[in-house]
Design a protein around this ligand. Structure first.
Ligand code: PEP
Ligand code: MN
Length: 362
């Protein structure tokens, strides 16, 4: 055991630094057999770096399976012994941190429902003081980067040196395609703010279903994420939690094998020259767009002046519908999605209204 743990430290470091990093395992540890068999099959794929398992499960409703609890920790230890895979589990309280560390869990993660609560994050952070263990922090369930950053800061202030981020999507009312809307721009912004910090993607909790896991994982890799965490279970349909989104270890292996791993950078000069040229074209077009939008605002201001002179309201719903309908038609021809057109015109419209309002108030 002593040597296993000593070797394990190095293995964890190697996994932490490996790109792409692949973490997989069941949503929940259910039985010793289920966890060990899943771990062995995952290890056999040769594509997994860290074994995950939920020991304590924060569930939306009481009566759902709330995790096997500390009883599952020796199973996780056994799975590590048999496969050589470092382990990871979610912790949400000081006691859970203590128990997980007693059973040599190698990587801890803070779940989305915990990141939202500064009291809980602080409790976990305090329990981590003086401990040398890598910690992954999932984004909060609501799209709030400050809350996510706050959790990172609390854990960092407790002295944890190895902190990574997990993007698992955000809860949004009325969204149907995803269980948790990815809102990629938020993950990208978090990455921009923490350039040195590892960020991996959790397609399982974003998708909530198997059929779009592969494309979501690919999207993350295309956006230069450092790896993925994907749930896997020996018998997904009968899993005690998150049955719809889990895949067999075999399928997990296939999925990881199918991912096209792109490099962020290559040394070739030719490539850099070609890219530089295209980027200049984009800068040029962006400058033109700004100029055109500026002109559009000037015209909106002139309209504002007429409205003011004639005492007419700023917003005229019919006119706005007409603008949108035209834009959808034109946009479709140019291959622009309706979603983009809507967002773009909403933003332009709001800016126009603000410009007109300034004229009306002057
Ligand atoms: C999980 O990883 O099983 C989990 C509970 O995820 P999240 O915190 O992202 O909901
Ligand atoms: Mn889960």
């Amino acid at each position: 055991m002593q040597t296993l743990e000593a070797n394990m430290k190095e293995k964890v470091q190697a996994a932490w630094n490996k790109r792409p990093l692949v973490i997989s395992g069941p949503c929940s540890a259910e039985t010793e057999e289920q966890l060990v068999a899943t771990a062995q099959q995952l290890a056999a794929t040769g594509k997994v770096d860290i074994l995950r398992a939920g020991i304590w499960k924060p569930r939306t409703k009481p009566g759902m399976f709330e995790g096997i609890g500390a009883k599952g920790l020796p199973w996780l230890q056994k799975a590590k012994q048999l496969t050589g895979l470092p382990t990871a589990a979610e912790v949400a309280t000081a006691k859970q941190v203590e128990d997980a560390l007693t059973f040599d869990v190698d990587v801890l993660w803070i779940g989305a429902r915990t990141t939202v609560n500064p009291f809980s994050v602080q409790e976990v952070a305090d329990a981590l003081r003086g401990v040398d263990v890598p910690v992954l922090i999932k984004n909060p369930i609501n799209p709030d980067l400050e809350l996510w950053s706050g959790a990172v800061e609390r854990v960092a202030r407790a002295g944890i040196k190895q902190i990574g981020l997990i993007h698992r999507g955000f809860s949004s009312y009325g969204n149907t395609e995803y269980r948790n809307a990815p809102m990629w721009h938020l993950a990208i912004e978090m990455k921009r703010r923490n350039p040195e910090m590892m960020i991996i993607n959790d397609p399982s909790h974003i998708c909530g279903r198997r059929d779009i896991l592969q494309e979501t994982a690919q999207r993350a890799i295309d956006l230069d994420f450092d790896g993925v965490m994907i749930e896997s279970h020996i018998d997904p349909d009968n899993a005690w939690s998150d049955a719809k989104q889990q895949v067999t270890p075999e399928r997990l292996g296939e999925m990881i094998g199918n991912i096209i791993w792109r490099k962020e950078d290559v040394a070739s000069e030719e490539y850099h020259a070609a890219l530089e040229k295209l980027r200049q074209q984009i800068n040029h077009l962006d400058d033109e767009l700004m100029q055109i939008i500026g002109q559009r605002m000037k015209i909106a201001e002139s309209i504002g002046q007429y409205k003011k002179d004639n005492n007419i309201t700023i917003l005229q719903t019919n006119r706005w519908n007409e603008i949108l309908e035209r834009a959808y038609r034109e946009g479709e021809r140019k291959g622009l999605s309706k979603e983009f057109i809507t967002k773009y015109f909403d933003a332009v419209h709001m800016e126009s209204i603000n410009h007109q309002k300034k004229v009306l108030d002057s």
